[in-house]
Design a protein around this ligand. Structure first.
Ligand SMILES: Nc1ncnc2c1ncn2[C@@H]1O[C@H](COP(=O)(O)OP(=O)(O)OP(=O)(O)O)[C@@H](O)[C@H]1O
Ligand SMILES: [Mg+2]
Length: 253
């Protein structure tokens, strides 16, 4: 699905170019200071996990990256270019795919129609080329969806809806996929399926992933983590160095 992709090659994260760079980001809801001087980066082909307890600001950070909430100060660069003044639609077309917390599948549209909505994120010329077909690569990543294309989105299980939401985001051919708690409220066996699908995405497409996640097993699949507390990043590093102390402080395990 990504042979035209400029950042396709599976690169070493330490030398790979930076895809997303967030610097000194401050965000308020009214007078409440929610995000405090947040710095975060994601390299090409890298999977980065953001952890933290309920209400610390994880979703707010992802929404600000997507342009759904304005920043009071700070910078966001994608592929080296500032995007802070771009709308969320523009950011999607630049190559940031987003799966919001709660998934937001359209229940009264079929699985296929839900997937085709993902084409909205493509540049116009690419959208025309796509001709309203679901690429095999996407169906191969999510075999469970293949048999369900005519079913109503609302009739799928929570885990299937989550897979549909991720597949829909991939329809836009993003360079960076942003996932907000894809396993929230999903039974353990399906958590492993979603985890495996995300691993397959990274392996087969080489895109970057920024993930908010609570399941330790899933968190450990990431290359690096950032831990957030009261709107600030308080710890970060390779997930291979995740200490028990960090796990206990920042994950609801
Ligand atoms: N629209 C809003 N208006 C005002 N305050 C908000 C709004 N949305 C979120 N908040 C507050 O901002 C803070 C951060 O919320 P956010 O949703 O980013 O947290 P989170 O880390 O994603 O939490 P969770 O783990 O529960 O998803 C919380 O205190 C929340 O109550
Ligand atoms: Mg959240």
């Amino acid at each position: 699905m990504s042979h035209e992709h400029p950042l396709l090659s599976k690169t070493n994260p330490t030398t790979a170019p930076t895809v997303l760079q967030v610097t000194g980001l401050n965000v308020y809801y009214g007078e409440s200071h929610i995000l405090r001087d947040v710095d975060l980066s994601v390299a090409a082909g890298e999977m980065v996990c953001l952890i933290g307890r309920n209400g610390v600001g994880k979703t707010t950070l992802l929404k600000t990256i997507m342009g759904l909430i304005p920043a009071r100060s700070g910078a966001i660069a994608f592929g080296g270019k500032p995007i802070i003044t771009q709308s969320s639609d523009q950011r999607a077309r630049l190559g940031i795919g987003y799966v919001p917390q709660g998934r937001e599948i359209i229940p009264r549209l079929s699985v296929k129609e839900n997937l085709l909505l993902g084409l909205e994120a493509r540049r116009d010329s690419d959208r025309r080329k796509a001709q309203q077909a679901i690429p095999n690569e996407i169906l191969e990543l999510f075999p469970a969806l293949k048999a369900m294309l005519p079913r109503m989105g609302g009739d799928l299980s929570g885990g299937q809806q989550q897979q549909l939401a991720i597949a829909r985001a991939l329809m836009g051919r993003p360079q960076l996929l942003v996932l907000d708690e894809p396993t929230e409220g999903i039974q353990p066996s399906i958590v492993l399926e979603i985890e495996a699908a995300v691993r397959r995405i990274i392996k087969s497409t080489g895109i970057s992933i920024l993930l908010v996640e609570q399941h330790l097993h899933f968190v450990r699949q990431a290359d690096r983590y950032y831990a957030m507390q009261r709107g600030g990043i308080v710890s970060s590093g390779p997930t291979s160095e995740l200490s028990n102390e960090v796990i206990q402080r920042f994950l609801a395990v």
